[in-house]
Write a protein that binds this ligand. Structure first.
Ligand SMILES: C[S@@+](CC[C@H](N)C(=O)[O-])C[C@H]1O[C@@H](n2cnc3c(N)ncnc32)[C@H](O)[C@@H]1O
Length: 277
């Protein structure tokens, strides 16, 4: 099983070498250009507009006067639009380089701040601090036991009185064909994790921050069966779970359903959780 330190140092390496691709792989091949930035920021606007519509469509009210949290903020692609919807937004990430870039792109430092958190919890934030917490494209890359810990923490830090959490997780599903593909993908990922680990052990101790191989973007499913009791134990109530696809910027519409499921054989879903209601 991959450790938090391992995946965090992979992210720092990706932030240093190819941050745009690492944040939003649909943007193009590895080594994507900063000319793509228009589409990059627009995709963040679309994600937040879709999340707000989803929350309102299930009958919840958003407290726009409050503060939003963007967990795993990367370059601030979705923190920026969150800071437009809410009075303030805090983006938190494990990668110092991602945060340095996010601060450089920040158009409104009075409303939007970025914070480093390398801990397996969110103890830097008090209970109930945020009106809204959001996390996209993050939890599926964190080893399951830590991702579950963060989900519990995200529920803890939203306001007791109707605080809302929206996050994305990945289910294993899709019938026999996709389950087969998904099992193969997971085997491939396990063997690649083992390979990286052996190479790291062999490459030794000279440069621990830099993986000897280009890091891989690991995928860890987070099934509903585990999330439901965890969220309830932290005082949250799941109001809706909707299947979603990633931004189809580069995918032909006819291929979208296949592409969504082929994403390591997993189906991304959006959870809407409310507290105290
Ligand atoms: C694919 S990027 C998504 C960034 C952003 N959410 C977006 O959609 O534009 C994943 C981000 O999660 C961050 N991340 C990975 N593990 C994390 C952890 N344990 N705590 C906080 N952030 C983490 C990475 O550094 C990276 O910036």
């Amino acid at each position: 099983m991959a450790s938090l330190k391992e995946t965090s140092s992979d992210w720092e390496y990706m932030a240093q070498t190819d941050p745009l691709w690492a944040v939003c792989t649909e943007l193009g091949p590895q080594g994507g250009s900063y000319d793509e930035l228009g589409r990059f920021w627009q995709s963040g606007q679309r994600d937040i507009a879709a999340a707000v519509s989803h929350v309102e469509a299930v009958g919840l009210r958003i407290d726009r006067e409050g503060e939003a949290l963007d967990f795993g903020c990367g370059l601030g692609r979705v923190s920026q639009p969150l800071a437009e919807v809410f009075a303030r937004c805090t983006g938190v990430d494990v990668s110092p380089r991602m945060l340095e870039l996010a601060r450089g792109f920040n158009p409104s430092p009075d409303r939007l701040t970025f914070t480093l958190n390398e801990r397996p919890d969110l103890s830097i934030f008090a209970d109930g601090r945020f009106a809204f917490a959001y996390s996209t494209r993050v939890l599926q890359h964190i080893p399951r036991r830590y991702a579950l810990g963060y989900v519990g923490e995200l529920v803890r830090v939203v306001a007791r009185d109707r605080g809302v959490l929206v996050f994305h997780a990945h289910e294993v599903e899709g019938g026999p064909m996709f389950s087969g593909l998904s099992a193969l993908q997971r085997m491939r990922q396990r063997s690649s994790r083992l390979r990286v680990r052996l190479q790291k052990a062999y490459a030794g101790f000279n440069d621990r921050d830099r993986p000897p191989l280009p890091p891989r973007m690991h995928m860890f499913p987070l099934p509903q069966a585990l999330l439901r009791p965890l969220i309830a134990a932290h005082g949250g109530r799941i109001v809706d779970i909707a299947p979603m696809g990633f931004d189809p910027m580069r995918i032909r519409p006819v291929l979208q359903p296949i592409a969504d499921r082929w994403h390591c054989g997993l189906q991304p879903v959006e959870y809407v959780v409310v507290k105290g209601a």
